[in-house]
Write a protein of this length. Structure first.
Length: 176
């Protein structure tokens, strides 16, 4: 199967042609957030505050990277299990997020929000954090530094390998 190259900004129009099972190489800006950061982001929005990064067309990678080694932008950066973000994902998708990167299946509310918003859920390969980190060219903590590895980061990626797990039509690779 051919790899599809996509470069930010990642829009619904770009993602509309993707299908579950497609191999994709992402390049551009993505953000990191795990469950503690998702909780804070959703609470901030509910309080009328701005999120720490623009949600419109954002892709969020569910990762808590290890510290960077000398000469590297980031340490090992493997995906975390996505179901921990399921309580928050529909809200962020409804506010403009277009993509998520993690591992494992998602619940029905998340799938419905993906379809409703023309978004995509990508799977990154669990256990391949060292390999994935090679595609991360820049990493900067932009919010919630007190969360350590789970702080929100702005990443610049180049040819980050992912697989479309749930496409914008709701086709789910985990159900095949």
């Amino acid at each position: 199967m051919e790899e599809i190259r996509l470069t930010a900004p990642f829009t619904r129009e770009q993602f509309a042609s993707l299908r579950a099972g497609d191999n994709v190489l992402l390049s551009g800006v993505i953000y990191t957030a795990r469950d503690a950061a998702h909780k804070r982001i959703v609470e901030a929005i509910a309080a009328g505050e701005e999120p720490p990064f623009p949600l419109q067309d954002a892709v969020i990678y569910y990762v808590g990277p290890t510290p960077a080694r000398e000469g590297h932008a980031i340490g090992s950066a493997g995906p975390t299990t996505s179901y921990r973000m399921d309580a928050y994902a529909p809200t962020l998708l409804d506010l403009g997020e277009t993509g998520m990167i993690g591992k494992g299946p998602r619940n029905e509310a998340v799938k419905a929000a993906i379809v409703r918003n023309g978004a995509v859920y990508f799977a990154a390969i669990g256990g391949a954090g060292a390999l994935i980190s090679k595609s991360i060219k820049e990493a900067e903590v932009i919010a919630y530094d007190d969360l350590g590895a789970e702080a929100v980061r702005r990443l610049v990626v180049e040819d980050m390998p992912v697989i479309v797990a749930i496409d914008s039509q709701g086709n789910d690779l985990y159900e095949r």
